[in-house]
Each structure stands twice: as C-alpha cells, then as structure tokens.
Design a binder for this molecule. Sequence first.
Ligand SMILES: Cc1ncc(COP(=O)(O)O)c(C=O)c1O
Length: 382
Amino acid sequence: MIYLDNAATTFPKPEIVYKTMDTFYRTLGANPGRSGHRMAVAAEKEIEDTRIVVARLFGIKDSMRLILTFNATDAINMGIKGLLKPGDHAITTFLEHNAVSRSLHGLEKRGIITITKVRNSPDGFINPVDIKKAITSKTRLIVMAHAPNVLGTIQPIRDVGRIAREDNCIFMVDAAQTAGVCEIDVNECFIDMIAFTGHKGPLGPTGTGGLYVGERLTLDPWREGGTGFEAASLTQPEELPFKLESGTPNTVGIAGLRAGIEFVLSKRISTIRAHEQHLTSKLMQAFQHDQRFTLYGTTDITKKVGILSMNVKGFKPQEVGGILDQTFNIAVRPGLHCAPFAHQMIGTFPDGTIRISPGCFNTEDDIDQLITALTKIADEKI
Ligand SMILES: Cc1ncc(COP(=O)(O)O)c(C=O)c1O
C-alpha cells in the first residue's frame, strides 16, 4: 500500500524504533521505580533519557518540566483542565482539532469558562492582531495549533506568544502536526505549554506524547494515583513531572519514542521537512490550475507542512478515499479530520476533504501514482 496518511500517524517507523521496542520489552519490561530492583531502575532511566531527548526537540532547559503523556489529546486536556479556573476566559481559533475545541467547549458548557474563537484568513492563517483584540481582563489562556491538521498552515506562534506574554496570558501550542518536522524553541516563541504526540512527526509509537509546563504556571493534576514514591502521602507530590504523571507509564512506547526522535534529529528536522514539502509541492503543482480539483489553504509551500486538503469535483471525499484505497491501493484520509470548525471555515462541512500527507519515507513515485489515480478518478476512467 502507498501510505499517504502521515498526518494521522506516521507509517512505517524507522527500523530502529521497532528494534528498540522489541529489545526493551524483552530485557527491561519491568515497572519503573526509583527505589526498586535493577530492572525497574533501568526502566526508569529509559524514561528520564527520553525526557531529555524530548526536551532537546523543543529547546526546553529543564527536562523535569516535560510531562510524558499518552498522546497529544492527553497533554492538551492536562494543560487546559489543569490550568483553567471558574470565571476564566480562553482564546482559541476555528482551526483547532477536537482535542482543543472539545476540551474548551466542555468547560464552557459546564459554565466554568468563556471562550472566544478567532477566525482565520481564507488561505488558513490566524492574524495575531485578532488574538490581541480578543484579550479581556479575564483571559487566562491562548491556545492554538502550530499547524492545524486540515490545512497544515504554519501559524505565527512567535507573534502570538509575544502578545500573550505582554498581556500576562498563558500561551499553549498544540504541536501535534509540527513536532519533529518544524524547529520549535519554547523560549524564542514565548510558549508556556506545548503539547505533542509521539506517533506523528517524532516517528515514535502510538500511546506516547508529552506536555511542557513552563515556569509561569502550575497545573492541577487531572489524573491522580501512584507515582512510585511517597506512597503514604494522601495527595500527589508537588514536584514535576511526578505531580502530573501517575500510573504505570508506557515504558516500551517511551523507549520507542526516544529511538524515533533520535532518528529525526540524526536525519535533521529541516531535511525531513524539506522532503515532505517537496512531495506536497509536486502534488499541488499537478492540480493547482486544473478546474477539476479544488485545493484548500495556501499553495505557498514555505508556509505549510506536508499536508494537502483537496477535493475532486463531482465526488464526495469519502468516495475518492474509497476508490484510492480499493482500486489503487493508496491510503489517504477523507472526512472532517476531527476538526469540524476548520471545515466550516473553508466551506467543506459536513463532507470534508481528502487529506494527503506525505511522510519522510514516501517517494516521488508514490506521488506520481497518486496523481495518476486522482486524474483517472476525475476523468471517471475507473
Ligand atoms: C492538530 C492536532 N491536535 C491534536 C491531535 C490529537 O493527537 P492524538 O490523537 O495523538 O492525541 C491531532 C491528531 O491528529 C492533531 O492533528
């Protein structure tokens, strides 16, 4: 199968990820714990080594402020629900994934917070000035994707971060689509919290992710339980990361995550991104001026990651996705991509688009085959 659904999860993983996980689970598959036996201590060390590697990915100085989570959704919920208090106001955008939108709307529905959602330009960008205008005396949080998953458009997070800092708001970035494919420095971009998932750009397995918690905030835990020490205490320990990390961690996944990130860093983030952009650009060029296809979001490849949302005139995205899968053996993602408001913004609600997302292991030939297949579908030659 030609796999072009890397925005959902990257596939395949680098060989070293499979090997590391296999070796780890066969030799160090104990429950980590600092006061335990040698295997438990070794498993704990693997976690701490991974924390350091992840911290490197985002320019985080203190790796203990990096909470390892089970995915980006877990991290986003941890950040939003751990921070916001009754009466707070949060600013977000219409481009967000449901991990952000539903977390906020759930709190709003329960009367806990109020929300303002900022609109994007037709080509898929948020204007920082609009964020600034939305700030009130009650605004505690500004939360947005670095690159929303429907359009892949890279947002001006540095400018928004500066505004948040000036106005004393907490700035949270959802880096689910950019971790591992864009250089990100939490300090340069004034980021207080960054959430990421391990199974996309970092090339790790599912069940991994993380949340950076900056020094300007404290979070209440939304999951409480065993931390492997201070068991007699009635409440969670206050120190990070333990305050926010209870329960048995996904150690085998964490080992795989480290291997994935080390692979990314050795290949260089900029090289991987350039490859994915090149393939996406080739695809855009093939269809950009062809009336039978509609492309959404900017076609300036320097302003987006390797994600293209498009439609074939006369076909529903689900039909196109089905034909690509069944007839051409090509995997793409049709539908709403867990981001209904983004589709409302670009006029593709409720059917959505087909989303094509090349990854670091795709080739020019994969894209040529997709172009041929989509052209045949548009010509109804199937
Ligand atoms: C922008 C964005 N945020 C959050 C998520 C949630 O990631 P996960 O399902 O790994 O929690 C995704 C997943 O597609 C995403 O694209």
